[in-house]
Design a protein around this ligand. Structure first.
Ligand code: AMP
Ligand code: FE
Ligand code: FE
Ligand code: ZN
Length: 275
C-alpha cells in the first residue's frame, strides 16, 4: 500500500494517552500521511492536530466517535469531514462532557456512601485533559489503594451491575447520525464486529448510515470481507483504522500497520461533493 491512512485514533482528550501533537509526530514517523483523530464525544484535539499536521506533512481529517445506544447496547458512530465549528455539534459535545462530569460526581458519591473514601480530585487527576470515564475512576481506586486492581474496581463497584454504577448520557443512533449530517459530515459504524449482530447492523443501515468500518484490529480477514460485501451490496462507504489509544491497550503495533488507502477518504469526499 503506497500511502497509509488511519481514520480511527484517540488522544488524551478521550481515553488515549498521547497529546494530538505527539500522535501526529508518531504518525509521520510511521509513514501515515492522512490521519483522523476520533476521540470519544470530543473534538478538542482537532486544532492542535491540524497545526502539527501542517508541520509534519500529515493531512488531518476532522473526526469524532459518538456514543449512542441501541436497545441496551452502547454503540459507536464515527463522524468524518463535518464542519468543526457547527453550533449544534458543539452543543452536543459540550453536553456530553458536562454529563460525564456530573455522572462521575454521582459515582464517587455512591462509592463514598459504600464507605469507599475515594476523593473526587483523585479521579480528576487521572482524567487529565479528557472527558471523565469509568476507566479513570477505576484507576483512581487502584492508585488510592481502595481496591486491589482495575478489574476488581469494575467487578466490585462500578461495572454495569455494580453498586456504584451510574448510566451514561447517550443519544440514539439516529440522533448521532443527524447531528453529524447537519454538520456536513458522514456517519460510519465503528467496529461492528465488536457488538452488533446482522439484524442490528441492518437496522442501523436502514436508519441512514453512510458506511461501515471494515478495517479494524478486532476484525480478522473473514470479518473484513463480510462487512465489505455488505457495504458493497448496500452502496455504503468503507472506512478503517487502528483504534490506537497510544499504547493503553497493548495496541502500539497496530499504529501504522492497521491502515487503509487514500481511496477511502477520497470516496468520503466524493459522497459529500467536496474536493
Ligand atoms: P464509560 O464510557 O465511562 O462507561 O467507560 C466504559 C469503559 O470502561 C469501557 O470502554 C471499558 O474500557 C471500561 N470497562 C467497562 N466495563 C468494564 C469491566 N467490567 N472491566 C474492565 N473494564 C471495563
Ligand atoms: Fe476508547
Ligand atoms: Fe469505539
Ligand atoms: Zn475508538
Amino acid at each position: 500500500m503506497a500511502e497509509k491512512v488511519d481514520l480511527h485514533t484517540h488522544t488524551y482528550f478521550s481515553d488515549g494517552i498521547l497529546s494530538p501533537r505527539a500522535l501526529v509526530v508518531l504518525a509521520a514517523e510511521r509513514g501515515i500521511s492522512c490521519l483522523s483523530i476520533t476521540d470519544h464525544d470530543s473534538i478538542d484535539g482537532l486544532e492542535e492536530a491540524t497545526e502539527a499536521g501542517r508541520e509534519y506533512g500529515v493531512e488531518i481529517i476532522p473526526g469524532v466517535e459518538l456514543s449512542a445506544t441501541l436497545g441496551v447496547k452502547d454503540i459507536h458512530i464515527l463522524g468524518y469531514l463535518f464542519d468543526p465549528s457547527n453550533r449544534a455539534l458543539r452543543t452536543t459535545l459540550d453536553l456530553f462532557k458536562k454529563e460525564r462530569f456530573h455522572r462521575a460526581v454521582r459515582i464517587v458519591r455512591k462509592l463514598n456512601q459504600l464507605n469507599i473514601p475515594l476523593r473526587f480530585d483523585a479521579v480528576l487527576e487521572r482524567a487529565g485533559h479528557g472527558a471523565i470515564g469509568r476507566p479513570h475512576i477505576a484507576e483512581a481506586l487502584v492508585e488510592e489503594g481502595l481496591t486491589s486492581d482495575y478489574v476488581q474496581a469494575f467487578e466490585h463497584y462500578i461495572g454495569d451491575s455494580g453498586p456504584a454504577y451510574e448510566p451514561k448520557y447517550r443519544i440514539s443512533p439516529e440522533d448521532a447520525m443527524a447531528i453529524i449530517a447537519d454538520a456536513g459530515g458522514i456517519s460510519i459504524l465503528a467496529h461492528p464486529g465488536w457488538y452488533v449482530n446482522e439484524e442490528e447492523l441492518m437496522q442501523l443501515i436502514r436508519a441512514g448510515l453512510d458506511g461501515i468500518e471494515t478495517v479494524h484490529p478486532a476484525h480478522d480477514d473473514g470479518r473484513r470481507r463480510f462487512y465489505r460485501d455488505i457495504a458493497s451490496a448496500y452502496f455504503l462507504l468503507e472506512s478503517g483504522g487502528s483504534d490506537y489509544h497510544g499504547g493503553r491497550r497493548n495496541d502500539d503495533e497496530n499504529f501504522g500497520t492497521c491502515v487503509v488507502g487514500r481511496e477511502i477518504p477520497a470516496a468520503m469526499r466524493r459522497r459529500l461533493f467536496i474536493q
